[in-house]
Design a protein around this ligand. Sequence first.
Ligand code: FRU
Length: 502
Amino acid sequence: MQIRPLFIAIFLLIIGSKSIAQKQYRPAIHFTPPAGWMNDPNGMIYLNGVYHLFYQHNPNASVWGPMHWGHATSKDLIHWKHKKIALYPDSLGTIFSGSAVLDKNNTSGLGVGNKVPLVAIYTQHSMEGEKAGRNDFQNQSISYSLNGGKSFDTYKANPIIKTPNLRDFRDPKVFWYEPTSRWIMSLAVGDHIEFYSSANLKEWKKESEVGGPTMGVHDGNWECPDLISLDVDGKKHWVLIVNVNPGAPAKGSGTQYFVGDFDGHYFKPYDRAAKWMDYGADNYAGVTWSNTGDQKILAGWMSNWLYAQVVPTEEWRSGLTIPRVLSLVQTGHSNNDFLLASKPIQQLEKITKEGIIGNNISLSTPYLIYKKQGLAASRLKLSLDTANSFEIILSNDLNERFIIGYNHNTAQFYIDRIKSGITNFHPDFAATHFAPRFVKSQSMDIDLIIDKASVELFADNGLTVMTDLFFSTKPYTKIEVRAADKKTNIKSLRFKRLRNIF
Ligand code: FRU
């Protein structure tokens, strides 16, 4: 036997099996970077009919490293076009998370003629400064684009906010606050959020801070804040989104929020206890698109700092959750009783194909919804008359399974990915995650979005949300529902295939 052909055959086999695995996990309906590493979504802004997504990106490796802002655009938040890298590290540091605003009135003076500046506001992180043990390595900078985000110029007098020698001083999220005619910046500073105001995006004044040990969860640093307003029955309330790593209900990184009031200077939470936006393990650093008017659309990084860098994809790592429309729901009579609901964007209907429709299905025996080719991508909507316990099971012929369930006795939803496939890359991956049910009604709505390596659960109209990744050895090909107590009745079932966006 000749050695060379054998080598080549083995090499091709290895390459081949890797790319099969790559393909198997590359989402069909979620954004992923073309290659390399991605974490937080950044600078999301809607401009002239186009949604821009910038993101934490290491183009040179599929692990975290010197951060750039990757860039993609979409007309519908579903189909994405990759663009060239928007921001590169410079002498002040690498480009950490931040936001983008349209400076319509040219308050910054960065506009030229009738070219309105799109201004990106972000943290610059000096890796040298950090290594040298200094405390001044995170500062805020701006860059601006006069061609709608195609290219950026760095502002000459960066940084615009210098750190007061605090090591965790980052992730500026900016919006225009009409009543005081000021830009407002939320900034994550260790265990609290600081608010700054500015008339011109260049000079900033500290207004106040909120947080600290008596508010929310503090197992790790607060990161990536966002302050948004949402109306309930004509009254404006404010939601402060605060990402934290670690400390999430499913371990690792997660997103808490606080509902309250904001007057341009202070944010006053109605309640200082953390509420969680998503009880799954894989939705982090989510913030909203700017310039979308009253509609607030959020997307998160679909991974978890616990294991993001070792998941079994190698060409690229991580993606974006399905964008979600946010609303506040009053669940009780007092001011404290608001919950943030997230619902998948309507535009998903555009890629929804024919499917299976069933009505009045008794679960006295397990009900096989579908068994054929890979389940990805598809969407399952169930409407139940009585919210007794049930399980929806995705599986393959290797008996790997991913279970989405509801336990009537504990009033909890859960996702069990213990036997979902490849889990040995991190000890915390094979786990069951739990989420409370917030409403008491008998009837229940379930909306599941299934992709090649993820499931997103939206229950009770988005009041309980869970986003979880999986890495089955072979694609799941079967989906069934069953109810141990045999009592659950499905009023209506819609299982529809979703068209691949690529
Ligand atoms: C959150 C985060 C941010 C930081 C960025 C660095 O995931 O840690 O606080 O700006 O990632 O990539």
